[in-house]
Design a protein around this ligand. Sequence first.
Ligand SMILES: CC(C)(COP(=O)(O)OP(=O)(O)OC[C@H]1O[C@@H](n2cnc3c(N)ncnc32)[C@H](O)[C@@H]1OP(=O)(O)O)[C@@H](O)C(=O)NCCC(=O)NCCS
Length: 179
Amino acid sequence: MTLRVRPARPADATAIAAVYGPHVTGSVASFEGEPPDAAEVARRMAFRPRLPWLVAERDAVVVGFADASPHRSRAAYRWSVDTSVYLTAQERGRGTGRALYDVLLPLLRDLGLVTAHAAIALPNPASVALHETVGFSPVGVYPAVGFKHGAWRDVGWWRLALVEPPAAPAEPREWVPEP
Ligand SMILES: CC(C)(COP(=O)(O)OP(=O)(O)OC[C@H]1O[C@@H](n2cnc3c(N)ncnc32)[C@H](O)[C@@H]1OP(=O)(O)O)[C@@H](O)C(=O)NCCC(=O)NCCS
């Protein structure tokens, strides 16, 4: 049973959409209302500035993914990203979330990014444990910031300083996935 983490390719959009969809429809881990189709996932993967998308394959089948996206769009935020990880139900609790972050975080650091953030709809003990085990710390909670599946949901924010914030940060680079 081999686990492999690798950069996502456009051809992975269908598998990524299949992993992500149940989290949109069946949980509050994602605040989206409708699962994106493969074309929409491919559009997000190609969004500029390009940021990493990774997939985890178990025995050559995509069982999870991790991605980074801009924290906010205004210029001063360009060293800050949001990260997320989603796995198939069967893949949870097997170290795969950690394996994805073990590749993603050094990649973000290499691109010149400074801070990674994770928004976690509470409660989500697995996600909190994952983020804290890879080094994120809690920032605070937005109470009742979203309404989904019949209830108001709190979102906790966690952050990880990828590097000590530099006094004069160099421009972050875009991710260039291998062909
Ligand atoms: C959250 C998620 C990505 C975590 O990935 P995972 O592969 O299950 O986590 P791992 O097996 O790598 O475990 C990482 C750490 O979390 C702990 N952990 C995992 N599941 C846990 C649970 N249900 N409760 C408490 N701790 C848990 C592990 O023990 C491990 O801690 P350690 O390093 O101290 O031993 C995965 O469970 C998932 O896809 N959940 C549904 C989608 C989701 O919530 N995504 C996050 C959105 S913010």
